[in-house]
Design a protein around this ligand. Structure first.
Ligand code: ADP
Ligand code: MG
Length: 387
């Protein structure tokens, strides 16, 4: 589906922390190999801070902890309210899609709002930033950037696996911040003790703080989360449908979010109340390894739905009903098959890839503003996904 249909709820907002007056740091910390760079290079301006993109929706208010995540949620709030007071570093770990990034960014939002100099950075971006600074011979500025903060939040630390120089750099950053009583928050896919590909000295630093895990919220909490999302998205979600979706989520919240987003598009385009059957179709589609359908299947099912033949659909006819059926078929080929625009064009009687692209864009537009067209597409799509 087209990105253009994403809900504002999930829109990413670039949020730069407001420039804060920075109090001068005390003299260089007595940590071996830590250079008191702040005495040598100019303080970074706000524009020099790394691209810190926080998701506007990842706030404490929007995190529903339920029973299983009550403790980690309470600890995160405590860290945000009183940085570096007791839980430092604060280390959150857990599987994919269980809310680590949400919680870490919630801390970042809260700290930023209180005027603290806050930097949230995925470990990958930290690495890229370091590499770039080495390339452009600005490592001094790099250090200054990350060491002159009140709160540093690093996401997906497991990414530092085998990146020795980055680990080394982070180790020193960590020491400087800790020394100056600045808060460090880390998210990882595993408990520090299991991060064996990270240097032992880093792991032991992590274990020296508060280490907590996130888990898949229990069924009732998942239902509550769905209801909140539905309310925010302005769609009606019957309890039975919410129960059904929440009941089928087995592993992580991202799956539930993916299914929910697709259902929002359906609800908005068809302007009807969602049914359990639609939820089932979406979830089956989500679980199905993507791209299992062939071009021919999409062409056949779309043609049959319109009461025409596959040859009509792929042939030269330009009558408006066949034209529209063709646009729908091309749109679905693009969404549901693992093929390129030229391959789709070839299957439709040797049409150019730009023609396919135009057809897909037109279909996307029509689905958004024509409920009848949306209903047709949803119908064909669910027939295809039940194959
Ligand atoms: P992770 O970083 O652990 O892979 P995310 O923080 O990206 O996971 O979470 C995946 C999605 O699930 C996000 O949209 C997040 O807002 C949502 N989510 C996860 N847990 C909760 C929760 N307890 N309450 C509300 N939303 C949640
Ligand atoms: Mg994450």
């Amino acid at each position: 589906m087209a990105e253009a249909q994403e809900m504002p709820l999930f829109k990413l907002l670039a949020q730069q922390p407001a420039p804060q007056p920075v109090s001068p740091l005390p003299a260089a910390p007595p940590v071996e190999d830590v250079v008191p760079l702040h005495q040598r290079v100019p303080r970074p301006k706000a524009k020099d801070l790394p691209e810190s993109t926080l998701n506007a929706g990842y706030t404490f208010e929007r995190f529903i902890p339920g029973n299983v995540n009550q403790m980690v949620y309470a600890a995160a709030r405590a860290v945000a309210e009183n940085p570096a007071a007791s839980y430092n570093p604060f280390f959150i770990y857990g599987g994919v899609g269980l809310g680590k990034t949400h919680l870490v960014q919630a801390i970042a939002h809260a700290c930023t709002a209180r005027g603290l100099r806050t930097v949230y950075v995925p470990a990958e971006a930290f690495t890229n930033d370091l590499v770039e600074s080495i390339r452009s011979k600005t490592t001094a500025m790099f250090r200054e950037r990350y060491r002159n903060v009140d709160v540093l939040l690093i996401d997906d630390i497991q990414f530092l696996k085998d990146k020795e120089s980055t680990q080394e750099e982070f180790f020193h950053t960590f020491n400087v911040l800790h020394q100056f009583n600045k808060q460090i928050v880390i998210a990882s896919d595993e408990h520090p003790s299991k991060l064996t590909h990270l240097e032992a000295r880093l792991r032991s630093r992590f274990e020296g703080g508060l280490v907590m895990d996130v888990q898949l919220p229990e069924l009732e909490t998942r239902i509550a989360i769905l209801q909140v999302w539905a309310q925010e998205a302005g769609i009606r979600l019957e309890l039975s449908v919410a129960e059904y979706i929440a009941g089928r989520v087995q592993k992580h919240m991202r799956e539930m979010e993916g299914v929910f987003k697709k259902m929002v598009i359906q609800a908005k385009t068809s302007r009807s109340i969602l049914t359990v059957q639609q939820a089932a179709d979406e979830i089956d589609g989500f679980h199905r390894p993507r791209y299992t359908l062939t071009l021919q299947q999409v062409i056949d099912v779309t043609a049959r739905h319109h009461g025409i033949t596959a040859d009509d659909l792929t042939g030269p006819s330009r009558t408006s009903s066949i034209n529209q059926a063709r646009q729908i078929a091309m749109f679905l080929c693009r969404e549901l098959t693992n093929t390129s625009l030229p391959q789709i064009g070839a299957a439709f009687g040797g049409r150019k890839h730009s023609t396919v692209l135009h057809a897909c864009q037109k279909a996307t537009q029509d689905i958004a503003c024509d409920p009848l067209m949306a209903a047709v597409v949803i119908d064909i799509r669910s027939k295809l996904l039940s194959k």
